[in-house]
Structures are given as structure tokens and as C-alpha cells.
Design a protein around this ligand. Structure first.
Ligand code: FES
Length: 123
């Protein structure tokens, strides 16, 4: 399977999120976070209106790091599942991105992203 190396897994810190632009479109199309020790990756698209969630670079989480926020209309999502628990898209979910760890790197299946793939490698 061809993988795309996103970042080192230890760069994803508990209670924080980081946006990434693997499709090189000049905006972060996915974001990764660590919650309860587990890394989760979601598409940066709110189920309410298909807009980006963050209010500025890497600001996807509530102040206490316990929830994912959409800053457009205040929707709140569970980090573990992406389920909306408050706001206009209540009950809907963020779209999870599949990944695996390889040699300390977070690697995405390239079928989930569009080229260019500057760091693609065989896995
Ligand atoms: S666009 Fe996210 S809550 Fe409205």
C-alpha cells in the first residue's frame, strides 16, 4: 500500500491538534489530534456547512483540549469519534481519515488524498 508520511507521531501532543495540507492547496484539509493517548485524524470540514473548523492555524480544540470546535457556529465534537454533541449538526460526524504508524511516523493511505504527493513512499 502506498503511504503518505504526514508527520512524526510524537509531534501530535495530547489535547492539541495540528492541521495539514497534504494536497498542497494552500489550506489545511485534514487535522490530527491526540486524545487519551490516541491519535485521530479527521477531514477539516464541518458537517454543518462544509467549512473549515479552525479559527486560526491549528486552533481546532476547545481551550481545555477536551473537544473539537467549529468556530463558525460553535459546534462541538468528541475527539474520539468525531460525533457532534452540540450545535447545528448535532449527531452528525466529522469524516475520519485512516492512517497507520510506521517507524514513528503517521502515514496516510494515499487513496484518501489527492496528488501532489511530495513525501509518498511505498509501505
Ligand atoms: S459550519 Fe460548523 S457549526 Fe456551522
Amino acid at each position: 500500500m502506498v503511504g503518505f508520511s504526514l508527520c512524526r507521531s510524537d509531534e501530535i501532543v495530547e489535547g492539541q491538534a495540528r492541521g495539514f495540507d497534504p494536497e498542497q492547496r494552500g489550506r489545511d484539509s485534514i487535522f490530527a489530534l491526540r486524545h487519551d493517548g490516541q491519535i485521530r485524524i479527521y477531514r477539516n470540514s464541518c458537517p454543518h456547512l462544509d467549512v473549515r473548523l479552525e479559527y486560526r492555524k491549528d486552533r481546532f480544540m476547545s481551550a481545555d483540549g477536551q473537544l473539537i470546535m467549529c468556530y463558525a457556529h460553535g459546534a462541538q465534537f468528541l475527539p474520539a469519534t468525531g460525533e457532534c454533541i452540540y450545535g447545528p449538526c448535532l449527531g452528525e460526524r466529522l469524516q475520519a481519515v485512516q492512517w497507520w504508524e510506521e517507524g514513528g511516523w503517521v502515514v496516510l493511505d494515499t487513496t484518501q488524498i489527492e496528488s501532489p504527493l511530495p513525501r509518498a513512499r511505498e509501505g
